[in-house]
Design a protein around this ligand. Sequence first.
Ligand SMILES: C[S@@+](CC[C@H](N)C(=O)[O-])C[C@H]1O[C@@H](n2cnc3c(N)ncnc32)[C@H](O)[C@@H]1O
Length: 245
Amino acid sequence: MQINTKLLKNKFEKSFKLYNKNAVVQSIMADRLVNEILNIKNYYENILELGCGSGLLTAKMAENINFKNYFANDLSEKSKFYVNKIIPNSVFYCGNAQKIKPSRKMDLIISNAVFQWFTNLEKVTSNYKDILNPEGILAFSTFAPGNFKEIKDLTGLSLDYKSLTEIKQILNKNFKILHCEEFTQILEFSTPLELLAHIKNTGVNSLDKTVWTFKDVKDFCNKYKQEYHKITLTYSPVIVTAQKK
Ligand SMILES: C[S@@+](CC[C@H](N)C(=O)[O-])C[C@H]1O[C@@H](n2cnc3c(N)ncnc32)[C@H](O)[C@@H]1O
């Protein structure tokens, strides 16, 4: 699937205010990611965070990890406001994280719930290898196939999620994998409309260019009720830490 970064930026920007309250699974992912980073060590001189959004991971990093310099990135310039509130002396790079060229080498590159939007994981992670200092760490969370399976079943819309095996194969070329896990989180809602609101408030409705009409929403809700007894949304998060070879 082609990723429209302009659409992605606009949809995520709109969700920033409500994101942290709604992104319950992304918050669990960020906690697990920080724990895995702490398992390696608790001090990194230079940290680069990719796709920091409204600062959900940034806040957990600031609370738990010691560092000298924090560099943050997002497609949206508005993200700088959230990150600077958490880490006032951080440096912000606005733009596409896949092509980022920071001014110095990093000791840790981190990212929570962003890599699923990347189109060429092989090229991107090879770029990150070059940005890292010797023995530098790449730590990220993403999603595996099966993520949002209800939405794929009902609408056909889905990102091209990589399996754990594919992620490992890609990373193995440039990194020693330290930790790689997949788990499942199922959220339950009272109505399909509530589920749609959750998707909108977490910015994940960035796949579809078209604005859904009242009829589209009604059809989706009816179809959901016909096919499923419970109103659920399945997340399949993946957590990875790897060291530059
Ligand atoms: C699901 S949110 C995750 C936000 C945050 N990382 C967290 O811990 O919850 C995805 C964020 O990644 C950003 N993003 C998506 N693709 C990106 C790219 N190619 N380059 C930079 N940022 C990107 C979006 O703008 C959005 O803020």
